[in-house]
Design a protein around this ligand. Structure first.
Ligand code: SF4
Length: 337
């Protein structure tokens, strides 16, 4: 649908519904619509950011790509090969090519293992080194890649700061020489300055290694200098997908506009009007009819309440790609709207 001609990752009409336990016999079965018909592609060496509030389904998309959960419907392809229906055994050799960096490196790093052992594990799992010298060389190269000193190998996770631990998490992800890394809120728990350092490191690694990144985050501000394209998710659906420049300069969807209005403006005194959305995010169990954003949209009109808008290409986009799921003909905020 979108992305390069030969994408590394392709997600097509992905759905993931989680059934809720019945509270009483005979109750109709209820489902959480965590991901509800999501399609996108990630090109080689590209960063795609999946952005949305907590609970919008973005992490579920990442877990489905990694094969950690089975989709309810839809397809996931790696380099053209369908992988969503593979057994754990058949997926295992392919998982070497797709790695993940989680939000909390402390809970994902075994506190009883030294960094050397943490990094040796994936190397051993995929038989990427045989001799002691080969292991040591690979571990030293990984530490250098993430800008940690060589003596870090002999230390334990608790001896490092949050940012350094996240560097260890990235080194572990790189250990299998992946083509794709999924960063799931990978910098969300870090202080602002450390966040920027880790984002810069990821951008450098991408350049150096030609990685494809799926950057999952609730924070649009983080991705502005890292990403090539952005997909904005709300209640299990992508509402807008555009190249970075278009999305930040000319956001079309009222939800994207609201998210962007919350991003701090760097220049003091710059004009910035914050859009406060009314109401809460509706339940993903009982989705609103029509446009799923209509209960909070400042531009809602009759059609929005009955007809779900499909993702369509925005005409006259000023360069790049731009898709939006909204019934409005013109971008809200422009003279013709
Ligand atoms: Fe708002 Fe209607 Fe567009 Fe949905 S379709 S975002 S309710 S204007």
């Amino acid at each position: 649908m979108m992305g390069d001609a030969a994408p590394v990752i392709e997600v097509t009409r992905l759905k993931k519904y989680f059934p809720l336990p019945r509270k009483y016999p005979g109750q109709n079965s209820l489902q959480v619509h965590a991901v509800d018909d999501v399609s996108f592609a990630i090109g080689r060496g590209e960063t795609l950011s999946l952005v949305g509030e907590s609970g919008c389904g973005k992490s579920t998309v990442g877990r489905a790509i990694l094969g950690l959960i089975k989709p309810t419907a839809g397809e996931v392809r790696l380099d053209g090969m369908r992988i969503d229906h593979l057994s754990a055994g058949r997926l295992r050799p392919l998982r070497r090519r797709m790695q993940v960096v989680f939000q909390d490196p402390f809970s994902s790093l075994n506190p009883r293992l030294r960094v050397r052992e943490i990094l040796a594990e994936p190397i051993a799992n995929y038989a990427l080194a045989r001799t002691r010298a080969e292991f040591s060389a690979r571990i030293a190269a990984l530490l250098e890649k993430v800008r940690l000193p060589a003596d870090a190998a002999g230390r334990y996770p608790h001896e490092f700061s949050g940012g350094q631990r996240q560097r260890i998490g990235i080194a572990r992800a790189l250990a299998t020489e992946p083509e794709v890394i999924i960063c799931d809120e990978a910098v969300s728990a870090l202080d602002v300055s450390v966040k920027a350092q880790i984002v810069n490191l990821l951008a450098d690694l991408q350049d150096e290694l030609g990685l494809s990144l799926l950057f999952i985050t609730h924070d649009l501000a983080i991705v502005e200098h890292l990403t090539h394209r952005v997909a904005v998710m709300y209640l299990g659906r992508i509402l807008e997908l555009a190249d970075r420049r278009t999305l930040f300069a000319l956001p079309f969807h009222p939800y994207t506009q609201a998210l962007l209005s919350a991003v701090p403006v760097p220049e003091p005194g710059a004009r910035h009007r914050r859009m406060i959305l009314k109401g809460d995010v509706p339940s993903p169990v009982n989705l609103p009819s029509g446009c799923r954003f209509h209960t909070r949209c400042p531009h809602v009109f009759a059609r929005c309440r009955t007809e779900e808008p499909l993702l369509r290409k925005v005409e006259k986009a000023e360069g790049g790609t731009h898709y939006v799921a909204c019934h409005l003909e013109t971008r809200p905020g422009t003279a013709a709207a």
